[in-house]
Write a protein that binds this ligand. Structure first.
Ligand code: GLU
Length: 548
């Protein structure tokens, strides 16, 4: 077989050469040990937590080492194409703060190793496809779907491994005339790799997460180019990561089964093999057993979920660091105010079997993260969230930023800041009563007679002075308590509840419910200071009227 003639026949329009591409995309001048890596997601319209785990791992490895992170859009699967998915992908990654140094952006490509969208790279793949054909390492296959199905059926009934290999590789050694006849007839073809591997042979391989692996050689003649000339993931990965000068491939471990083929392909193409970082799946507890997070069953797999709930990006980031590197939590305790980027991330610390995702833990982390923010930051992030997910609330927040910020400042700062908010979605319940339209009707504990509640509220109104400091204010509440036969002595009350009508906590609750519509609220004295004299009095009066 004249392979050169076959290559010309299959790729008459390829004029570029591997050598010219090598020159066009030279080795990067990066410092010693710098990691050049990428995110290479497929634009399916669904961006998930796994993408973020992979993204943050790549980002840390690149930027911690003075390397480069780029975004490559793997859009070779036209069947799975969703309109607008590339924009969703880019915007979501941007929202989560993954900083790319180059690659696909909303406004096109940025960087000198592009194009960064695989469908625009068809001509490049064909250069290497042609080279493989010339070297007898790839050949066209004209099998129909029916033939492939029949082959599979036969293999299954013979209890043999399925796939296009050995005696089943029907187009492996055909004559030029047969190929020419198929081409003349206009029959579609795919380009297959001519595998020289044997499943009898094994070799050792080092993965940065999985450790030492024993790999069995690949003997399958996998497809390199589909019938539309677009490459499969395998071929595109080899060509792209070589020409883009990737040093580390960080990806999900669902690619491990085809790793033997990838290694073989890099060798056949004369490319240096990058280092591999295969990340295990995200798991969750389901009852007492662990399982993979699933797109169908777990809404929390989608990144849109976290945005809609209102988790600050920083909280998601901190949480992911917690599950990826077990020493992150200790580091965070020792360095509470240091930016998370200063943590020394190590891919070696990733759990090879996958990380356990725990929603309750994420919520805790988020409470901590929000409690450390200043009121201005909370205001900005909350308002941004509300404008998108609760526009009415968003408008209220935006209409008076000083007012909203003073509310959000309650309990902030100091050594033990309050942890009232885990997600922005919680905020309306927490602070909504500051806005008259959201104030709920006060409902008092029926254990107390209405007249008692009214009495307490009237006494408070008589004594209320907005210029009191919190000490004087509370002394007044305490004096109402004792005047009415309630007690401020909790111990005494516990010892003999029948001796009192109730405690100072009950009296405070009457006032709290009248002013906020809730039995729980931030510090009541501060609430009144923010509401001001008139609104506080008006609320207490209308609660009295409703009770009378
Ligand atoms: N497009 C592949 C995926 O989404 C990329 C895998 C890789 O990073 O190489 O799984």
């Amino acid at each position: 077989m004249d392979y050169r003639a076959l290559a010309d026949l299959l790729f008459p329009n390829v004029t570029d050469t591997p050598e010219s591409l090598e020159e066009k995309f030279p080795l990067r001048s990066a410092p010693e040990g710098a990691v050049i890596t990428r995110m290479a997601p497929s634009p399916t319209g669904f961006v998930h937590l796994g993408n973020l785990v992979q993204g943050l791992t790549s980002e840390r490895m690149a930027h911690q080492s003075g390397g480069v992170l780029f975004l490559r859009v793997e859009d070779t699967d036209a069947k799975r194409e969703v309109p607008g998915a590339v924009e969703v992908l880019i915007n979501t990654l941007k929202h989560y703060g993954i900083q790319f140094d180059e690659g696909a952006t909303i406004d096109g490509d940025a960087g000198s190793y592009g194009p960064y969208r695989q469908r625009q790279r068809a001509a490049i793949y064909h250069v290497y496809a042609k080279k493989l054909v010339e070297q007898g390492m790839a050949y066209p296959c004209f099998c129909t779907e029916e033939q492939l199905a029949a082959m599979r059926e036969k293999q299954e009934s013979n209890k043999e491994t399925t796939g296009y290999y050995g005696q089943y590789a029907m187009w492996r050694d055909r004559e030029m005339e047969e190929i020419q006849a198929q081409l003349d007839a206009g029959n579609p073809w795919v380009l297959r790799f001519r595998s020289t591997g044997s499943i009898e042979n094994q070799f050792k391989f080092d993965d940065l997460v999985k450790g030492k692996l024993t790999i069995t050689e690949n003997n399958i003649d996998h497809v390199l180019l589909k019938s539309d000339g677009i490459p499969t993931y395998h071929f595109a990965h080899a060509v792209d990561d070589h020409l883009m000068r990737t040093t580390h491939v960080v990806r999900g471990d669902e690619w491990l089964p085809t790793l033997p083929f990838h290694i073989q392909l890099f060798k056949a193409l004369g490319f240096k093999l990058p280092k591999y970082v295969h990340i295990g799946p995200l798991m969750k507890m389901d009852g007492t057993s662990k399982r993979k997070l699933s797109k169908r069953k777990d809404p929390e797999l989608a990144l849109t979920f976290y945005k809609a709930e209102g988790f600050p990006v920083k909280a998601v980031y901190e949480y992911i660091m917690t599950i990826l590197n077990s020493n992150f939590e200790d580091w965070r305790r020792a360095n509470p105010d240091t930016p998370a980027e200063d943590f020394k991330f190590s891919p070696k610390k990733l759990n090879p079997a996958g990380s356990l995702f725990d929603y309750a833990k994420l919520t805790d982390v988020s409470k901590n993260v929000i409690s450390k923010m200043d009121a201005g930051t909370v205001y900005t992030l909350l308002t941004e969230w509300a404008k998108e997910f609760d526009p009415d609330f968003g408008e209220k927040l935006a209409s008076d930023s000083a007012y909203a910020t003073s509310i959000l400042a309650i309990g902030r700062g100091g050594k033990k800041p309050r942890k009232d908010l885990a997600v922005w979605k919680d905020a309306k319940d927490y602070m909504g009563f500051f806005y008259d339209e959201y104030l709920e009707k006060p409902v008092f504990d029926e254990k107390f007679e209405k007249a008692t509640v009214i009495d307490a509220l009237n006494r408070f109104l008589e004594k209320f002075d907005i210029s009191d400091d919190s000490g004087v204010w509370f002394d007044k509440v305490k004096s109402i308590t004792t005047e009415m036969g309630f007690t401020t002595d909790m111990k005494a009350y516990k010892a003999d509840p029948s001796a009192y009508k109730g405690t100072v906590a009950d009296v405070s609750t009457f006032i709290r419910v009248a002013v906020t519509g809730k039995t729980n609220s931030p510090d009541l004295y501060t609430v009144m200071q923010i509401l001001g004299y008139d609104r506080t009095v008006e609320r207490i009066r209308s609660a009295i009227a409703a009770l009378s």
